[in-house]
Design a protein around this ligand. Structure first.
Ligand code: SAH
Ligand code: SF4
Ligand code: F3S
Length: 448
């Protein structure tokens, strides 16, 4: 009988992209996917450790499957991703039933690691490696939108963050490899690509070569010019941007190149300069505001999203207020918020000025309230407007509707048949708004 696999993915878009690659490898090995972990012969958890609650979730999932392994010894249990990298061999001590613990840099080596498992080994793969270009075909979750990695790892040292520790140093793919992947996606009928990197503005700085003036030969801006005309790909997004490196040249390119969506994800983390310094972010709130002003001077309607942390060690009520002020003034379309969580191996985790969980929870709640109000305000501007929606799927809650995204990344529902509309860009007149989504009517009856 064919072996069946199940993958659960936690965490960010990089993990989602890695999971699609690992699923591709498992399918190449002849396995088939199942939704239900209890039906699977191989279970892979692709894990996240950005905050403590993300890590704990993994242990509770794992505990259940480890029990099952006692009655089903041929079950293969794999932990991949960032918890695997952080804990390494310790995970085997904690969950002796595990067969394979593999860091994110090993995603494209799953087949050879499983071959070692098949020989009866318990395998730990967490040594830093050079990430080889992929020859495996990812099994993508969508047929319309796709992730394309452009840079792995992160060389920043934000004092709260585990990512540099678990994802390793920056490794850029070559512009040619990125373009080739996009060309293939275009040929396969994909319409939208999101270029991925934890700090995507760092793209290219590790690649050989420099311009006559000594600057990098390869930058994200150059990359956008290099890939913007790939046939079939109608929309290009990129994430995540770092305010420290976000340039006017990049903003101009996004304005100039029609396929680049006017949506920018630029986390600010805090609206207070002393906290930004303690976080080692390398910019001030004034600089952040100038970037957003500049983006809006070129693209007045651009959608802006960001991440913020409340309750960083030592944060005073006045400093928290500076974050609230920034959120009030800028008006984000979406803001992901989190209470600070001390992470192993990060500088801020051992500082003695940690705040209580109560203070953090209270500030998080106040910030989230404001975020909802501002998002609702930002949604107002869509009312009555005609937006271009790239149709991705059926509305899971209403089969008479399809759903997709505007180029500003607002989730939008409208009446239609997914069989006809999937992958099409449809003009939709917005008739209903909610803080984080829209409903509308297609402008022209779309013919089959
Ligand atoms: N590379 C991106 C963010 C990656 S992590 C950047 O530089 O902004 C995603 C988000 O998780 C971060 O933006 C931050 O808001 C949040 N985060 C990271 N570490 C955290 C921690 N220790 N506690 C709470 N939130 C954290
Ligand atoms: Fe973490 Fe900072 Fe790197 Fe983002 S830039 S991944 S927050 S270290
Ligand atoms: Fe989590 Fe790793 Fe992404 S820690 S946020 S899955 S880089």
């Amino acid at each position: 009988m064919t072996r069946r696999y199940h993958i659960t993915t936690f965490g960010c878009q990089m993990n989602k992209a890695d999971s699609e690659r690992m699923a591709g490898i498992l399918e190449t090995m002849g396995m088939t996917a199942v939704e239900e972990p209890n039906d699977a012969d191989l279970i892979l958890y692709n894990t996240c450790t950005i905050r403590d609650n993300a890590e704990q979730k993994v242990y509770s999932y794992l505990g259940r499957q480890a029990k099952r392994k006692q009655t089903q010894p041929d079950l293969t249990l794999v932990v991949a991703g960032c918890v695997a990298q952080q804990e390494g061999a310790q995970l085997l001590r904690r969950v002796p039933e595990l067969d394979l613990v593999m860091g994110p840099q090993y995603a494209n080596q799953l087949d050879s690691l499983l071959a070692q498992v098949a020989q009866g080994n318990q395998v730990v793969a967490t040594e830093p490696v050079h990430i080889m270009e992929d020859i495996t075909k990812p099994r993508r979750d969508s047929e319309v939108t796709a992730w394309v990695n452009v840079i792995y790892g992160c060389n920043e040292r934000c004092t709260y963050c585990v990512v540099p520790g678990v994802r390793g140093v920056e490794q850029s793919r070559t512009p040619e490899a990125i373009r080739d992947e996009m060309v293939m996606l275009g040929e396969q009928g994909f319409r939208e690509v999101t270029l991925l990197g934890q700090n995507i503005d760092a793209y290219g700085r590790d690649l050989p070569g420099s311009k006559p003036d000594g600057s990098n030969l390869h930058t994200l801006t150059d990359l956008l010019y290099f890939v913007h005309d790939v046939p079939g790909i109608e929309r290009i997004r990129f994430a995540t941007s770092h305010p420290r490196y976000f340039t006017e040249r990049l903003i101009k390119a996004c304005h100039e190149l029609p396929k680049i969506c006017e949506h920018f994800h630029i986390p600010f983390q805090s609206g207070d300069n002393d906290l930004l310094k303690a976080m080692s972010r390398g910019y001030t709130q004034e600089k952040y505001r100038r970037i957003i002003d500049l983006v809006r001077s070129y693209m007045p309607d651009a959608a802006i999203s960001a991440d913020a942390i409340v309750g960083f060690p030592g944060e005073t009520e006045a400093q928290f207020d500076n974050t609230m002020k920034l959120v009030e003034d800028i008006g984000f379309d979406i803001l992901n918020t989190a209470a600070y969580s001390p992470r192993p191996g990060t500088p801020a985790a051992v500082w003695d000025n940690q705040l209580s969980e109560e203070v953090k929870a209270d500030r998080l709640q106040r910030l989230n309230h404001l975020v909802g109000l501002k998002a609702a305000e930002r949604s107002q501007r869509y009312m009555g407007r005609v937006e271009q929606v790239l149709v991705e799927a059926q509305n899971p809650k209403d089969p008479t509707q399809v759903m997709g995204r505007t180029q500003g990344n607002r989730l939008t529902f409208f009446p239609g048949d997914i069989a006809e509309l999937k992958g099409q860009i449809v003009d939709v007149k917005v008739t209903e708004i909610r803080p984080f989504s829209l409903t509308g009517e297609p402008l022209m009856p779309v013919l089959a």
